[in-house]
Each structure stands twice: as C-alpha cells, then as structure tokens.
Design a binder for this molecule. Structure first.
Ligand code: 6PG
Length: 264
C-alpha cells in the first residue's frame, strides 16, 4: 500500500509492506530502477549506503542475480552516510557489512568505493571524507554533470532509523543535528560513548532521492512521531530529513507502521 505523506507533497511517499522481506524487496526494486534510470541519463549512479542491521538483507538481495543481472554495478559510486570509528575489518564496520553482503558478489570498481576512514582520528577522518566529497563534486562539475555552486546531489541516499529517531549517525539532541555548513562531522552515539562519522542534514537533504527502510515493532512509536502531523517535543533527526528538491520515500513493514493513522 503506498500513499503520499505530509499532506499533498507530491514527492513524499510512504509504502507499507506486510513483512520485512516484502519491504526489503520493495527497496531493492527502487534501487535497481533508480540505478538504471541514472545510468541511462548520466552514465553513472551515486549511492549513499546506510549502516546498521536492516540494510544488510537489502544488500544481500541486490547481490542475487534476480537483481544484480539488471544493473551495471561498474557504473555505481558508493558512499556512506555514516560509519563507526572502527577499522574497516571490525564487526561493527558499516563498510565491512556492505563488503560482505554486496561487494564480494558484485565486485564494484575499487576507485568507486568511497569509504569513510573509521580507523583514523574522528575529526581528521570527517574532514578527510568531506575533502573526498568536495573533490568528487568538483570533478563532476568540471565534467558538466553538476553545478559547482550546488551541494552534491546524490542519486540515492539510503537511510535507516533507530528507535530513538536517529538517522545516519545524527542523534536526537546532538549539536550535529543543527550543523548547517559542514558536509561531514564526527559525532558520538546516543550513549555518548562510541565515536561515529556522519553526513550532515544539509548534504543528505540535497539528494535527488532519499529512501528510508524501517522495519520492526520497536520502531513503530517513533515512526508515528516522525511521520505524524504533530511536531514531537524532542528534535528527531529522522523527521528533519526532507530533500529540498528531491524525493522522500519511506518503506515500512506493517509492524513499524502499526501506529500510523493511514488515510489511504
Ligand atoms: C548505523 C546506521 C544507523 C541505523 C539505525 C537503524 O550506522 O547504525 O547508520 O543510523 O540506520 O541505527 O539501525 P538498524 O537497522 O540496525 O535498526
């Protein structure tokens, strides 16, 4: 079931699937169709990956021939919306999860895998990754593929949402939620312990398309706060994701959508 969210905003849709697998399949289809369109139109696809446990099933599905045979992964530039400050071979690494679930199967061009260096000092790594993005954006502008004045407009940003309403590694109440200039910053997780790297909201909101994949009953209450009509008391980063010119798509399973009043 799909219907528009947030009033009649034409570019914000919500898709509710019966279970986690169906929701994941729906996002896999979105990724494939978005890849094919972008590659046909601009010769490549720029994709910002999400971390955490939910997207692993999506990456594994995309590695299956029923999906991978339909796209040219050699034309995909992979980025990360966030990373844990750990080495790339650590179990918590978002890079490692994508490598094992997808890259080992589809073998992207190494120069197109733009990894956040979680193993480095967080402040230095965030500045370094912003430098990578600025260089990539400048090269794209020089090739006439984008405007040098705009922010980079990623073809697709994939996001998840934590039970507290965080997204990427932007946590409720964190100063990074209000960052207005930098594209990448170092943050701390919700417990204030583990260091993280994250793209900021201005960069995420510049994307052509942002897709959330959120499943599970433990997210239902926060989903209602994020998508509902009433402004929650706490600033929820997931509610602040609203592409300025792009499309916003939410993919939920019935469990995560259980608290939503659907008018459709
Ligand atoms: C991360 C993610 C984070 C994640 C949410 C949901 O690095 O953990 O980027 O924002 O999307 O915490 O995580 P789950 O999918 O594991 O529930």
């Amino acid at each position: 079931m799909s219907f528009s969210i947030g009033g009649d905003h034409p570019k914000r849709t919500l898709s509710v699937s019966r279970g986690r697998d169906a929701a994941t399949d729906a996002v896999a289809e979105l990724v494939v169709s978005s890849m094919r369109d972008a590659i046909a139109e601009r010769g490549r696809f720029t994709w910002v990956l999400a971390g955490g446990s939910t997207p692993e099933a999506l990456y594994t599905r995309l590695a299956e021939s029923r999906f991978s045979s339909r796209v040219d992964f050699g034309r995909v530039d992979f980025f990360w919306g966030d990373e844990r400050c750990v080495p790339p071979d650590a179990p918590q690494s978002n890079y490692r999860m994508a490598q094992r679930a997808l890259f080992d199967a589809v073998r992207p061009s190494p120069e197109r895998v733009h990894r956040m260096r979680g193993e480095d000092d967080p402040e230095r790594a965030s500045a370094e990754y912003e430098g990578v993005l600025r260089a990539f954006h400048a090269a794209s502008a020089a090739a006439g593929e984008s405007s040098p004045t705009e922010m980079p407009r990623f073809d697709l940003v994939l996001l998840g949402m934590g039970p507290d309403g965080h997204t990427a590694s932007i946590f409720p109440g964190s100063p990074e939620a209000l960052e207005a200039k930098r594209w990448v910053v170092a943050t701390r997780d919700v417990h204030g312990n583990a260091r993280r790297l994250t793209m900021t909201l201005p960069l995420l909101n510049a994307a052509r398309k942002v897709a959330f994949l959120v499943v599970g009953a433990d997210k239902a209450e926060r989903v209602q706060e994020v998508l509902g009509p009433v402004e929650p008391k706490t600033l929820l980063p997931a509610r602040l994701v609203c592409p300025t010119q792009g499309e916003l798509l939410w993919f939920l399973d019935a469990a995560a959508a259980a608290r939503l009043e659907t008018t459709a």
